[in-house]
Design a protein around this ligand. Structure first.
Ligand code: PLP
Length: 398
């Protein structure tokens, strides 16, 4: 059913295969392993070295891609973000592709702002590059969130197995917009041939041949049954209604925030039903303060900095799920307005700190240095940057 949802050809002689996993992270590990093994086999056949594989992604990838790269020794080549552009730039991604690239990973629904990356444009550019070079670099789509959104509310959007280079694999989380409790994800390969046979183990001690390609062996079946139930119970119409409703509620939050005149919206209308936004004016308050104050009203709205090279941008993110009703959306907007009002009535957010004055002004003396909120925010971003120096990245949001 999921392969069909992603438009895998299911006619004569075509057989998509897939695996149920704990979530998109495990799904991505498995898809990455299949790409790595396929690429290694090809390089061996060509008599070329195969010890330096790489993956090209945007710097906005979820931490599971960094885990895959480190655990399975694949270099992660990240396309940096920039002000106002928070997803992978397909042109730059294709420039980074070389003979050792096992795949380019595109995200359908960036974790940071919900935006769908332009998989079609990436496909077209990569088709050209493959033609010029004779390589056969494929695309994997990380559709952790978008895989259960796009097929229902943007059916015309070409991001899936309809594209020639998305001919390998797609992952999706059942526990995000698949509407199942946590602990279920999926990875689908367009064709059985895309999953190297040597990665599949066969055991028979449970009474019959059991092919297995997962990181863990034993696993509860409740989530698989729950996913099966939801798909059958709700059907295409049911999922579409729910996704449309989520999208409408996201638009209610977005319109309410715009009405305050205080925020820039950094999410897109076409994407995951979420609203990511940042303050227009940082001279008095920061997003971290807004997040902090919202907790007093019972809301957990995280504030976080964007990855390189947009780490000076901080955003707040509200994810709209099935159970987030319109009433809640309206209440959230009201509470954000109250928080802004509360913050405005506090003394101007100019932070004072003690700093040692220059020696000629008297060694050992201290002076009060005033810093604006934006300076404080820059310091927070710099501290994060320091932590990620020497390649050790901190986990991002999930
Ligand atoms: C784009 C993306 N990929 C992968 C993941 C990891 O998914 P999971 O939590 O199902 O392992 C997430 C989680 O937020 C995500 O947003």
């Amino acid at each position: 059913m999921i392969a069909h949802l992603f438009n895998a050809p299911l006619g004569d002689g075509e057989a998509a295969v897939g695996v149920g996993t704990v979530g998109s992270s495990e799904a991505i590990m498995l898809a990455g392993l299949a790409f790595k093994r396929k690429w290694q086999n090809k390089m061996k056949e060509l008599g070329k070295p195969c010890d330096k594989p790489n993956i090209v992604t945007g710097a906005n990838v979820q931490v599971c891609w960094e885990k895959f790269a480190r655990y399975f020794e694949v270099e992660l080549k990240e396309v940096k973000l920039r002000d106002g552009y928070y997803v992978m730039d397909p042109e730059k991604a294709v420039e980074m592709v070389d003979e050792n690239t096992i795949c380019v990973a595109a995200i359908l629904g960036s974790t940071l702002n919900g935006e769908f990356e332009d998989v079609k444009r990436l496909n077209d550019l990569l088709v050209e590059k493959n033609k010029e070079t004779g390589w056969d670099t494929p695309i994997h789509v990380d559709a952790a969130s978008g895989g259960f959104i796009a097929p229902f509310i943007y059916p015309e959007l070409e991001w899936d197995f309809r594209l020639p280079l998305v001919k390998k694999s797609i992952n999706v989380s059942g526990h995000k917009y698949g509407l199942v409790y946590a602990g279920i994800g999926w990875v689908i390969w367009r064709n059985k041939e895309d999953l190297p046979d040597e990665l599949i183990f066969h055991i028979n001690y449970l009474g019959s041949d059991q092919p297995t390609f997962t990181l863990n062996f034993s696993k509860g079946s409740s989530q698989i049954i729950a996913q099966y139930y939801q798909l059958i119970r709700l059907g295409y119409e049911g999922y579409r209604n729910i996704m449309e409703n989520c999208q409408e509620n996201a638009m209610v939050v977005k319109a309410g925030l715009e009405k305050t005149g205080r925020f820039n919206i950094v999410s897109k209308d076409q994407g995951v039903p979420l609203v990511a936004f940042s303050l227009k004016d940082h001279s008095r308050h920061t997003e971290f303060e807004v997040s902090d104050m919202l907790r007093r009203y019972g809301w957990i709205v995280p504030a976080y900095t964007m990855p390189a090279d947009a780490q000076h941008v901080t955003v707040l993110r509200v994810v709209i799920r099935e159970d987030f009703s319109r009433t809640l959306a309206e209440r959230l907007v009201l509470d954000i307005e109250k928080v802004l009002h509360d913050l405005d009535t506090l003394p101007s957010r100019v932070v004072e700190k003690l700093a040692t004055v220059a020696p000629e002004e008297g060694e050992g003396h201290h002076a009060v240095v005033k810093r604006t909120a934006i300076e404080v925010q820059k310091e927070i971003a710099a501290a994060w940057k320091k932590l990620v120096a020497d390649g050790k990245k901190i986990s991002k949001i999930c």
